[in-house]
Ligand binder design. Structure first.
Ligand code: GLC
Length: 735
């Protein structure tokens, strides 16, 4: 449709029809089975008006979408096509590793591939936009949705966000064969106080700008079609009604011109936040803040017409919102083809193809972090006398907390992966994932252990019997998939007690133990770390996770991932991250142990158990000293920083070379160092290669004491190494 025709359409629409476009309803509102119940009943919207909805979420499948599209378009006075959205976070049917694992790949192309495959599969299922990528910065392992982020670093998050948006939206203006991306959750949802879900966010504006906004900016610059508001408050004002955040920052400063949608009932929650007395005031605040679409609160449909008719909000706020929505629909060609990709080719031809599964297997192997490998415990030899124990050997729930449309039954378990390589392998379950009688309540189903204590003891005894006298034991342990995700905040971030009991019992009879951990967060693994010879962190690796982990176990592929999130020593350290601000009494671990008057604890270390950027391979690398093209960086120019990297081991390997910068003295306290670049390099045994970066003034910018984003002349350090603790550095000056 031409822009002129679109403007004419907007002019012709009634106020009620326009407000209908600003309403997004869940598929449950269209079940047409008897009286309206559940969330739909709380909308205070006449069910007759459901068909005016501009968007529907949670429906997938070409047939279902086509049916609903026809129904709504027929009833819409101007037959405006509905925008179909759903949560396709790390895969549609072919499920990839959770985003936190993806961050550990430090591989932008892997992130783009995930976006591309999941978009192609779900576009064939009729979908138009996905509520992804989630680009919230997260530094607290207690928070359940940490699994949905790409970790603790603004620079890494920004590169991952841009790559995901590019993958999801594809290369054409209309996202042909792909989806629109809806980045989320604006803003700083990942920093809830105490790591408690939906809790208050207390950040200085400077920290918000320095650490939390960059990844949203990267998503916007990559062209994200939509942005979603977050549930939390910022400076005690809920984001969804926060005019400063949405109009001054998101629109005016960050240049976002797409459609802004609320999170689920987030407009209605302005009432429970205690900032709006009722739906009318909630609708007014959200509309004034520039929220274009109301996800499942009903406030807009119930109250916005009245607000406009009473002159309490200017009608052009509604026109502006509806215009953005119509422009997005038009950009995707929905007026010409409301069914878009649905069924062409048939969904079955595009989902779970061998090509997609192979990509999922490759990406999963790029995300698993080898934390420890004493005595070259791994890789295993196929003929070795090794047994395999633990609940995660056979666990199929390894798709992650946001994989609603994936099917765990289609997941390849670790046991299946191992048996393909070692058909005579012996296994023992050892215990259930959860403690006897424990239940974790989920969204559509619960996770529970029906095992009794006596049965649990019997299972452990069986595992111990198998482990005794064997040369090696590989244990597959982890938290339940449902112990992470939305509503998955935990105070105790260890594996369930029954698994600790199994681990201790096996270690009692066999000292040669390797552990593979499945988790949606960095766990407290102190005890495992003390006793296990080798630890592979597999996260929730998706449909091909079992094959990918077995590939690494037997050396058919080499581990190459790096931690995108510090692994805390314990929950008490949270939020722990490498880029801590300097203090007046800063200390790293181990120094001045008797001096109590330093910024440290009496009973635990400052440093995490494993630092951001850390990860091993099956070979060793030597990184040479940092060579600078000049010790002085002249404003507007750049200096080259290079190192020589050598594979000093006997196997090929990929190393991620990371560049960090320290601002020695500035008008504000600055982080001890910040990641400003990374490059992955594949080297054969004995091969050497130069890896270089260009340091620019832009890398040195920050929000100074006057809140101006600029660099300040002075002394800096550049560090280039293989994790965030590298001491391989050189000084330079900005002049
Ligand atoms: C949820 C989540 C959001 C998701 C939305 C729709 O509450 O916060 O990330 O996209 O609702 O399912």
């Amino acid at each position: 449709m031409t822009e002129e025709s679109l403007k004419e359409l907007l002019r012709d629409m009634s106020l009620k029809e326009k407000v209908g476009q600003m309403m997004q309803l869940d598929s449950s509102c269209f079940s047409n089975e008897g009286p309206v119940t559940g969330p739909a009943a709380e909308l205070s919207v006449d069910p007759e008006d459901f068909n005016l909805a501009g968007s529907i979420l949670g429906v997938v499948g070409a047939e279902a979408i086509e049916k609903l599209q026809k129904l709504c378009m027929e009833k819409q006075p101007h037959h405006i096509p509905v925008l179909f959205m759903a949560d396709i976070i790390n895969g549609y049917r072919t499920i990839f590793p959770i985003p936190l694992a993806l961050g550990c790949s430090f591989e932008d192309e892997a992130a783009r591939t995930v976006g591309d495959v999941m978009a192609r599969e779900s576009a064939a299922a009729g979908l138009h936009v996905t509520f992804a990528p989630m680009v919230d910065l997260v530094r607290d392992a207690r928070w359940g949705r940490i699994m949905e982020s790409t970790g603790e670093d603004p620079y890494l998050n920004s590169r991952m966000a841009a790559a995901m948006v590019r993958g999801i939206q594809g290369e054409t203006e209309s996202y042909e064969g792909h989806l629109g991306a809806c980045a989320k959750h604006f803003a700083a949802y990942g920093a809830p106080a105490a790591g408690r879900e939906y809790n208050t966010v207390e950040l200085s504006e400077r920290t918000l700008r320095e650490d939390y906004l960059p990844a949203y900016q990267a998503a916007i610059e990559a062209g994200a079609a939509m942005m979603m508001t977050s549930f939390n408050t910022l400076d005690r004002i809920p984001a969804t009604g926060n005019k400063w955040l949405m109009q001054d920052i998101l629109r005016a400063e960050m240049g976002f011109e797409g459609v802004l949608i609320s999170d689920w009932n987030a407009i209605g929650e302005l009432i429970t936040h205690g900032v709006a007395e009722g739906k009318k005031e909630a609708a007014r605040q959200a509309a004034e803040a520039g929220v274009d679409m109301d996800m499942m609160s009903g406030c807009y449909m119930a109250k916005l017409c009245g607000l406009a008719e009473e002159g309490l909000i200017p009608e052009d706020i509604i026109d502006t919102a509806v215009w953005r929505i119509l422009v997005l629909k038009n950009r995707m060609g929905l007026f010409e083809n409301p069914f878009r990709e649905a069924g062409k080719p048939a969904e079955q031809e595009r989902v779970m193809t061998k090509e997609n599964r192979d990509k999922a297997r490759e990406v999963a192997a790029q995300t698993m972090v080898l934390l420890k490998n004493e005595e070259n415990f791994l890789p295993l030899d196929r003929e070795e006398d090794v047994v395999f124990i633990g609940p995660y050997m056979e666990e199929k729930n390894i798709l992650g907390a946001w994989s609603f449309f994936g099917n765990p039954e289609e997941a390849v378990t670790l046991k299946e992966g191992i048996l393909k390589k070692k058909p005579d392998a012996q296994f023992a379950r050892g215990c259930e994932v959860l403690n006897p009688g424990q239940t974790v309540y989920g969204f559509r189903f619960n996770a529970e252990s029906l095992c009794s204590e006596p049965e649990a003891d019997e299972m452990i005894a069986g595992a111990v019997k198998l482990a005794k006298g064997k040369h090696k034991v590989v244990l597959a342990l982890g938290e339940s998939n449902l112990q992470t995700g939305e509503g998955g905040s935990r105070g105790d971030i260890t594996i369930p007690d029954i698994q600790k009991k199994l681990f201790r019992a096996v270690c009692e009879v066999n000292e040669n133990v390797a552990v593979i951990l499945f988790a949606g967060r960095p766990l407290d693994i102190r005890e495992i770390n003390e006793k296990a010879k080798s630890i592979l962190y597999a996260w929730m690796p998706g449909t091909e996770g079992g094959n990918a982990a077995a590939d690494i176990l037997f050396g058919d592929t080499v581990p190459q991932a790096k931690l995108a999130m510090s692994l805390p020593y314990c929950a008490a350290q949270a939020p722990v991250h490498y880029a801590q601000l300097r203090t007046g009494r800063h200390t790293r671990d181990g120094e001045d142990i008797k001096n109590r008057f330093l910024s440290k604890y009496q009973d635990i270390p400052n440093l995490p158990l494993y630092p951001f950027g850390y990860g091993m391979g099956y070979t060793d690398f030597a990184v040479g000293e940092v060579i600078l093209s000049s010790g002085q960086l002249v404003s507007g120019e750049g200096i080259r920083a290079s190192v020589t990297v050598e594979n000093t081991g006997d196997r090929e390997g990929t190393e991620t070379i990371q560049l960090y910068i320290t601002d020695e003295c500035a008008s504000c306290a600055r982080p001890v160092r910040e990641l400003k670049g990374y490059k992955r390099v594949l080297l054969m045994p004995g091969e050497k290669r130069e890896v270089s970066f260009t340091i620019t003034e832009d890398m040195l910018r920050f929000y100074n004491k006057d809140m101006e984003y600029q660099a300040e002349k002075g002394k800096f350090m550049v560090w280039i190494g293989t994790d965030s603790l590298t001491e391989n550095g050189e000084k330079f000056e900005l002049v």
